[in-house]
Design a protein around this ligand. Sequence first.
Ligand SMILES: O=C(CO)COP(=O)(O)O
Length: 243
Amino acid sequence: MNKTNTEAAEFVSKLIGQIRTEDKFEVIVCPPFTALEKICDITSGSNIKVGAQNAFYEDKGAYTGEISVNMLKDIGVEYVILGHSERRHIFQENDELINKKLKKVIVSGLTPILCVGEKLEEREKGLTFNVVEKQIKEAFYGLTQEEASKIIIAYEPVWAIGTGKVATPNQAQEVHKFIRDLLKNIFNEEFAKNTTILYGGSIKPNNYLGLFGKTDIDGGLVGGASLTEDFVELAKIMKEIIE
Ligand SMILES: O=C(CO)COP(=O)(O)O
């Protein structure tokens, strides 16, 4: 819930031109619903893509306050974040609901970015892998391999979101590898290899290099740093790493 329509438009207009993407990596901005249409217009024809922060699983009807995937598609949105920890913990979204939304987003042809991650007390009790495994298995429930191949996964340890406490590259890599191995078990090695797994949680230009250097970390889901010039800095770092 950051940036009004006007602020988002001003910010993204500045990003275009400052951010150069390559075939190997994409830059997606996910503003609030109120700014989506304008940001889709501004970024149209540029190298920046647009995602929503949530969506509902029904097409239309009496669901006051909800936004359907068709509404998003109609204005040019291509990605949808689902199961963000704030949706799970502040708005009580459970794995079953996230699974329904995920199915809807996939069938609609949009690309879901599925967030998973443990809370601090779960990590301290040694439950990180159990939590992440349950979230992924329940989100994937009933999906074919082809459907599941559309999903981008974002590992976001809840204790690292907005806290300034970033996971160390080794802590993040350990969970990313666990997720990739899990995907191998659910489907196969090829599927696991081709799935994009992002890390999110207090990413800043000064800590991203170490994270992105790890084998199983394919990119970032950036919160606070995506609202400032730091985002341009991060995109430059990505480009340097890839080249
Ligand atoms: O939740 C996040 C992105 O979705 C991460 O937020 P921060 O980068 O502010 O920790």
